[in-house]
Design a protein around this ligand. Structure first.
Ligand code: ZN
Length: 260
């Protein structure tokens, strides 16, 4: 395992106490997780993500507004977001999208903010990181219409097994990212879809501090980037691919989607 180089394509280092960031990154490094993308979910968290990325060579950031935080977004923030998103270490716009499961923000507000950030991604020629929960129909409608003219690629983050979204993603060259929940006993729906994800579009992530993989569930308080290795081994085993072969593939995919 020591020679394997992994990227956690979606973590929230900006959600853990600042004094724990350094040791968390060091533990990831020790476990072969050599690169991390830390994800913004509102303006403040996006600034923190960029600040962390600026401190470490191997950390990159995304900036955006999570659908659950859509309510807090004001169009007066648009220019600040553009400025932040133009930072050198910002590799994507996100996470953005729709969440009709939690419904923390009104659906029409989620859709308006989502579309605003799709336009930012088009203006800045950056890929997007999509959050989609119980909202696949509207998701596919909006993506199909808003990205009809231009599409810089992107990622369906924490893929949930939905066929309609996977079909759209494959048709439009999007990547599919699998989180620790693919290892859960009740995740048959996600595992059933694994064989349909093209190998050149597959990514892995932790979504830490959430979604601890089965192997560590109950043993630790929070998930962390180091644990992406469990999701990695699980997928290699499930798809019957040698680990070094899968690692090479994932590395190619990371470079292609994030342009790094
Ligand atoms: Zn996330």
């Amino acid at each position: 395992m020591s020679e394997i180089f992994l990227t956690d394509t979606h973590c929230h280092l900006n959600y853990i106490p600042i004094e724990e960031v350094e040791e968390t990154i060091a533990r990831a490094d020790k476990n072969g997780v050599k690169r991390m993308i830390t994800i913004g979910t509102d303006y403040g968290k996006s600034v923190e993500a960029v600040n962390i990325a600026n401190r470490y060579d191997n950390i990159y950031a995304t900036v955006g507004v999570h659908p659950s935080d859509a309510d807090g977004y004001k169009s007066t923030m648009h220019d600040d977001f553009i400025k932040l998103a133009s930072s050198e270490k910002v590799v994507a716009i996100g996470e953005i999208g729709l969440d009709f499961f939690r419904d923390h923000s009104p659906r029409e507000v989620q859709e308006r903010v989502f579309i605003e950030f799709l336009n930012i991604s088009i203006d800045l020629s950056k890929p997007i990181v999509i959050h989609n929960r119980e909202s696949s129909d509207r998701m596919v409608d909006i993506l199909s219409s808003e990205l009809a003219v231009k599409n810089n690629g992107g990622i369906i983050h924490c893929y949930n097994g939905d066929k309609k979204v996977l079909d759209w993603a494959i048709r439009n060259g999007f990547h599919i990212s699998l989180a620790g929940n693919v290892t859960y006993k009740n995740a048959g729906e996600i595992r059933d879809m694994l064989k349909f994800i093209p190998l050149d579009k597959i990514l892995i992530e932790t979504d830490s501090p959430f979604l601890t993989p089965s192997a560590m569930r109950g043993k630790v308080k929070n998930n962390e980037p180091a644990f992406v290795k469990y999701t990695f081994s699980f997928i290699a085993d499930f798809l019957k691919i040698a680990e070094n072969e899968l690692a090479d593939m994932l590395e190619k995919n990371v470079k292609s989607v994030f342009n790094i």
